[in-house]
Design a protein around this ligand. Structure first.
Ligand code: 5GP
Length: 204
């Protein structure tokens, strides 16, 4: 993999229960040149959450103060809670040459693209709604009502995949990991086309 002066911003969306976490861990986990953005949220922690690692769990008041302070690169409301990406760590890490990964929903992804057009938007697509529901039920962390809300949200989000730069289909872990890695490499090269071109001419 080629090194660039600045990192690449990867914005990954998938309907809740889409298996995003498992795939991202396999694609990026051991790489110390990758920074996972830790979002702030007002939702309650789940058993598998580690505060400060999976999310910063904060109150509505704290979240609204961060909005007022312009501390978010983007934020959105999702299933009755706020979720937002603190902007400072994103830019610090990109400038230090690290790739940055945001796992966020569609509205947030489009807002990032508006302020940062070089971002690579990747949509992780479930093979079917039926399979998505099966995965959400198997996870066992959501109430029936929350599962229905997340399914409704998925039905709204999936058609927006058309507007992403890349789509990876999550129908089997190994293939999805391979496809995701290929997309990331393609995105890195595309994001740094200017640097690449310059380098080729310098070495004429
Ligand atoms: P969950 O509650 O399942 O952890 O996340 C619900 C949704 O919120 C997921 O689609 C997740 O990608 C999205 N999300 C997580 N963090 C952020 C964030 O900082 N901003 C936005 N816009 N969405 C987020």
């Amino acid at each position: 993999m080629k090194n660039f002066k600045k990192g690449t911003l990867f914005v990954v969306s998938a309907p809740s229960g889409g298996g995003k976490g498992t795939i991202l861990k396999r694609v990026f986990n051991d790489d110390d040149k990758v920074f996972y953005s830790v979002s702030s949220t007002t939702r309650a922690p789940r058993d598998e959450d580690t505060p400060g690692v999976t999310y910063n769990f904060i109150t509505n008041e704290q979240f609204e103060k961060m909005i007022a302070d312009n501390a978010f690169l983007e934020y959105a409301g999702y299933c009755d809670n706020y979720y937002g990406t603190p902007s400072a760590p994103v830019f610090e890490n990109l400038n230090a040459g690290k790739d940055v990964v945001l796992e966020i929903e569609t509205q947030g992804a489009f807002n990032v693209k508006k302020v940062f057009p070089e971002a690579a938007l990747i949509f992780l697509m479930p093979p079917s709604l039926k399979e998505l529901r099966r995965r959400l039920e198997k996870r066992g962390t959501e109430t029936k009502e929350s599962i229905e809300k997340r399914m409704d949200q998925a039905k709204r989000e999936i058609p927006l995949a058309e507007k992403y730069d890349y789509i990876v289909i999550n129908d089997g872990l190994e293939k999805a990991v391979a496809d995701f890695s290929a997309v990331c490499e393609a995105a890195r090269l595309r994001c740094h086309a200017d640097e690449l071109v310059k380098e080729v001419f310098e070495n004429a």
